[in-house]
Design a protein around this ligand. Structure first.
Ligand code: WTA
Length: 654
């Protein structure tokens, strides 16, 4: 654990405010008895099976768990279909006319789909996919803005047993290409464009660039999102308009019965190498995990209007915009655009307009709201809210308390939820009807989950203390592997202290009351505004530029984004450092990966600090980027390098 993180944590521990569950909330909550923890602990399989049994299965399972570390199979022998569970079972019952999705576009256009509407559209698009030759097990890439068609396409894939691979609409052509090729997707669904801060993001144009090097793609379906003003190139025979295909498609499509362990989707996420990993999630366990956590963590009820602000391009959108809430038959609000468009009160206008009751967002957004000030929140009636949540990065106590007071009106429990793309569902979280909240702590593992803190030697810490966070029991929504790279799955997550210990990559501390305080990544993964980015990915993008000889990337603390990217770059012989060059390198990274990876700072260095064995000392670079005193430099091959860099950096700042 770095010294910096320990210091931050010591500050956290001075945080002694606590907030017991409001009596009124506790009275009606799904979970009001803390005995749930002990029960789940005694028999986790029975705990999870009870939630699985609330889903619709076309064939019951014969065994809850088959655990051959590190490979788990859940609900062995069972068959079900995710689209049936998220759509049909509500559409044929009392929720038939209930709003499933209430959607608002950034320009203000709106749509509402009832469960019956969703049933029709999902079935129709499933037939479209079939008519284009998509079969069970085929991979379908989805590169779309946050529009209902994205959820429809995911569920349509699930209906016919195709594996979706959603690629965030902010990713570049190269990132899209690499993900399509790694998954060997045969069909791509995209759109003419989407809206972001009043601008149009021309997705099909970006996709066209990617499609030049994606030989596996046979067909492209284009959703018309815009007002036809966005130029779109349609390649005869390969490209098809969504609305035309839908007109001809039947609304009857029998769902494919899927084995519980059949692949539901692949989602790429950043790791410690330059190459993102295709995280695999399967049907039965994933649906059980997202269903159970959505119900209990958000205390979801039929009357709720539930809004998770995440983009569906990330795991939070998969689990808590689409699968979890729809499996529960909830009304889900989806909003396409930016929180500050056309003004900084857009989110609060949406909460008021739709009477949102549950609101789930990221700390980076909360810190931005805090900075914008209460003049924006005060314009709207937020009194419908009854629970608010946070996800994606550590939330600092100041932001937590602001969120609790200003957004939650001191009446809404705040659920700070820790989890990962790999875990599929929330792992550490309060249960709002029973947990006494501590600002900055995600409190404790969800029932049935066992988290431990270990030191570098792998010894489990009892009681209070800090170290590396591990999970020591399999759980239904856990990843089943990395697409196309079975060894990496074992090496990456289950290799450090035995094949039954999942290493999260996060540091954490536990206080004397058993609350967990998450401290962020301890590996080479950055978390910038809640987005996971690998240092190696950014470094590869930098050295791809013809002027760059070598690059080292670190995350430095950033007031709003949590972390910002600082890049140390050595230029090739004959290249001169300049502001123009720095800007060009930033643009180059944004073009290669996507705007989320654009470095905040570029620092030109004659040399990078390396150990005698040639490893770049990123820890020292982080200290320099954060303007901190330098720690131990004795292992450096040439200590003067780092001293020079530090004075150069300070000079630049001033
Ligand atoms: C971080 C997002 C502190 C953590 C769901 C994790 C958090 C990474 C929290 C996963 C939280 C997520 N408190 N840190 N409540 N939630 N993280 O895969 O470092 O995009 O490893 O999944 O985000 O990011 P991912």
């Amino acid at each position: 654990m770095s010294q910096q993180k320990t210091a931050e944590f010591d500050d956290l521990l001075k945080e002694d405010r606590s907030f017991p569950p409001p009596a009124e909330f506790a009275r009606t909550a799904h979970v009001h008895d803390p005995a749930v923890y002990a029960q789940a602990d005694r028999d986790p399989e029975a705990f999870w099976a009870a939630f699985a049994a609330e889903l619709d299965w076309s064939r019951p399972w014969t065994r809850v768990l088959d655990w051959q570390p590190p490979h788990a199979q859940w609900f062995v022998g069972g068959q079900l279909n995710a689209s049936v569970n998220c759509v049909d079972r509500h559409a044929r019952g009392a929720r038939r006319n209930k709003a499933a999705i209430i959607w608002e576009g950034e320009p203000g256009d709106t749509r509402t789909l009832t469960y019956f509407d969703l049933y029709r559209e999902v079935s129709q698009f499933a037939n479209v996919l079939k008519s284009l030759g998509v079969r069970k097990g085929d991979r379908v890439a989805l590169y779309l803005p946050l529009i209902p068609e994205l959820a429809i396409a995911m569920l349509a894939c699930a209906r016919i047993g195709a594996v979706h691979n959603v690629i965030f609409g902010g990713f570049s052509a190269e990132s899209l290409r690499d993900r399509i090729n790694d998954a060997q997707a045969t069909l791509l669904v995209t759109a003419d464009g989407g809206y972001r801060r009043g601008q149009i993001v021309p997705l099909k144009q970006v996709a066209d660039e990617a499609l030049q090097e994606t030989p596996s793609i046979r067909h492209v379906v284009i959703v018309q999102r815009g007002d036809r003003s966005i130029p779109v190139h349609v390649m005869e025979g390969r490209d098809h308009w969504y609305h035309r295909l839908m007109q001809e498609a039947s609304a009857k499509c029998d769902p494919e019965p899927m084995d519980a362990e059949d692949l539901l989707y692949i989602l790429y996420t950043s790791g410690t190498t330059g190459k993102p990993k295709g995280i695999m999630h399967t049907t039965g366990g994933y649906l059980t995990g997202t269903y159970a956590t959505t119900k209990l963590v958000f205390d979801l009820k039929d009357e709720d209007v539930y809004w998770c602000t995440a983009d569906i391009g990330w795991v939070t959108g998969h689990s808590y915009v689409v699968y979890g809430p729809l499996a529960n038959g909830a009304t889900v609000l989806m909003y396409e655009g930016a929180p500050d468009w056309p003004d900084k009160d857009r989110f609060w206008a949406l909460v008021e307009k739709y009477g949102v009751t549950i609101f789930y967002t990221a700390p980076t957004a909360i810190r931005a709201f805090m900075r914008w000030g209460t003049e924006w929140t005060a314009r709207h009636d937020l009194s419908t809210l009854r629970l608010i949540g946070s996800v994606g990065e550590p939330i600092n106590p100041e932001a937590w308390v602001w969120y609790y007071r200003v957004i939650g009106g001191e009446r809404c429990p705040v659920v700070d939820t820790w989890w990962q793309t790999e875990t599929g569902a929330i792992m550490i979280t309060p249960l709002p009807g029973i947990t006494t909240l501590r600002p900055g702590s995600a409190s404790r593992p969800f029932p049935g989950i066992t988290a431990e803190i270990r030191n570098e030697r792998g010894e489990t810490l009892e009681g209070a203390g800090g170290g590396l966070l591990v999970l020591t029991r399999p759980w239904p929504a856990m990843l089943r592997g990395i697409y196309g790279d079975p060894d990496r799955y074992v090496r990456q997550y289950w290799n450090r202290w035995g094949t039954d210990v999942y290493v999260t990559g996060d540091g954490a501390k536990r206080d004397a009351d058993g609350n967990f305080w998450l401290l962020g990544r301890v590996d080479d993964v950055l978390n910038v505004a809640g987005h996971r980015i690998g240092t190696m990915e950014v470094e590869s993008a930098l050295v791809d530029h013809p002027s760059v000889a070598e690059a080292a990337v670190v995350g430095r603390a950033h007031e709003i984004k949590g972390q910002a990217i600082a890049a140390f770059v050595t230029l090739k012989e004959g290249q001169q450092p300049s502001k123009a060059c720095a800007d060009e390198l930033k643009a180059h990274v944004a073009h290669k990966i996507g705007a989320i990876a654009r470095p905040e700072d570029i620092l030109f260095a004659a040399d990078l600090p390396k150990t005698r064995s040639g490893k770049i000392m990123r820890r020292l670079l982080r200290d320099i980027a954060e303007g901190k005193a330098l720690g131990d430099t004795t292992t450096l091959a040439d200590p003067s390098v780092v001293a020079r860099l530090k004075s150069q950096y300070e000079g630049q700042e001033g």
